[in-house]
Write a protein that binds this ligand. Sequence first.
Ligand code: DX5
Ligand code: ZN
Length: 217
Amino acid sequence: MAHLISPSILTADFSNLEKVIRMLNKSEADWIHIDVMDGVFVPNISFGFQVIKTIKKYSKKPLDVHLMIVEPDKYLSAFRDTGADILNVHYEACVHLHRTVSEIRNLGMKPAVTINPHTPVSVLKNILPYIDMVLIMTVNPGFGGQSFILESYRKIAELKNMIEEGAFNVMIEVDGGIDLKNAATLIQTGVDVLVAGNTVFSSRNPAETISRLKHIM
Ligand code: DX5
Ligand code: ZN
């Protein structure tokens, strides 16, 4: 399967969100990555339901929502109502992860589990049959524009093996510090979805950068 691109709008120009979404609609982006931060799970606050609803209003692409919040169970149906298609919850934020991902699926969204850089992929062994994607954080979550953590390559390779051995239908997404230099190695290591914030939105021509990321082999 060709890899997918999910541009993170965290570093986009919020003074004209409609223009950003129209650009993404026309681009080769597959999804739109939306980072929700609560100031508790991560040391930053981003945006909430109203902003996601506005994005949904204009978007022709699926919304890949990444929850960096504590107690995500309280808000699953609210995120469904904003128009989330894929809902990523952090392993570190969920005490009853199986219940959480089952509820996400029951609500009609695709469940995905995210792990922080310090969390080993081995903890995912018994949840893989129930989810559609694992999001491996390749920076500590909270901010755009950080440097990719090199140890992530080993984690991706290990997860890829686990998925193949179990013949699970689970995609691997990476998020943080993805650029035009490391994208090829990431894809070769087994990544299915690249999230890119700074690389896309700090470039002169975001649509062209998305295209370049999409055509990397
Ligand atoms: C970080 C967020 C990322 C962020 C990525 O906590 O989860 O999605 O926007 O930004 P870059 O691509 O700039 O590292
Ligand atoms: Zn993210």
